[in-house]
Design a protein around this ligand. Structure first.
Ligand SMILES: CC(C)(COP(=O)(O)OP(=O)(O)OC[C@H]1O[C@@H](n2cnc3c(N)ncnc32)[C@H](O)[C@@H]1OP(=O)(O)O)[C@@H](O)C(=O)NCCC(=O)NCCS
Length: 164
């Protein structure tokens, strides 16, 4: 498994992996990376991308959380293709993003997880992520369904943080 930051020339290989479910195209994501707002890490098995995770550098994306925990980069949209889950790839992506944050001089890193996503929350806790004061907030995002209709998802989340 090799972890790398996504490159523009890999667009065709990544288009299928990165869902458009958040009403943002892969090009939107790569443009934000070019502007230094975020980075997209890809887990490659040879030429096959198996999972990914983003990190948003300015701090927590929810304004209410950013007020409470300013300047803490946020890992988001962690995804491993279902057939490759539970083999350590998600953990590798998190470790890689932690190294990226450390090399940029950040002292901590965090992520939001929905209360009902107990498996992901257990994984992050095992990796050293702990509760913060931002322990009950509502996150809302739009998701595009396969029939192109748009649904708004609202989740109760907690923001976990790890000191680097
Ligand atoms: C959350 C997610 C990214 C984790 O990725 P993953 O690759 O499955 O994570 P890991 O394999 O590192 O760790 C998960 C499990 O594998 C186990 N594991 C870790 N390394 C392992 C290894 N080398 N061999 C076997 N099992 C291993 C862990 O103990 C853990 O146990 P669990 O299955 O009981 O939870 C993935 O499950 C996913 O895409 N979920 C859907 C989207 C989502 O919920 N994203 C998170 C939003 S906050």
């Amino acid at each position: 498994m090799e972890l790398r930051i996504a490159q523009q020339h890999e667009y065709d290989m990544l288009e299928e992996l990165i869902s458009h479910a958040y009403l943002r195209t892969l090009q939107d994501e790569l443009d934000d990376q070019l502007f230094g707002l975020q980075s997209l890490a890809i887990a490659w098995d040879g030429k096959q991308p198996k999972g990914y995770g983003f990190i948003y550098w300015p701090g927590p994306r929810e304004l209410g959380v950013a007020d409470l925990i300013p300047g803490c980069p946020e890992i988001f949209r962690m995804t491993v293709m279902p057939k490759y889950q539970s083999a350590g790839i998600g953990s590798e992506i998190v470790y890689f993003l932690e190294d990226q944050a450390k090399s940029k001089g950040y002292a901590s890193i965090g992520l939001a997880v929905a209360y009902d996503n107990t498996r992901a929350a257990a994984l992050y806790r095992r990796l050293g992520y702990a509760e913060t004061v931002a322990n009950d907030f509502t996150a809302s995002y739009k998701q595009e369904r396969s029939d192109a209709s748009v649904k708004t998802i609202t989740e109760r989340c907690t923001f976990l943080q790890k000191l680097l």
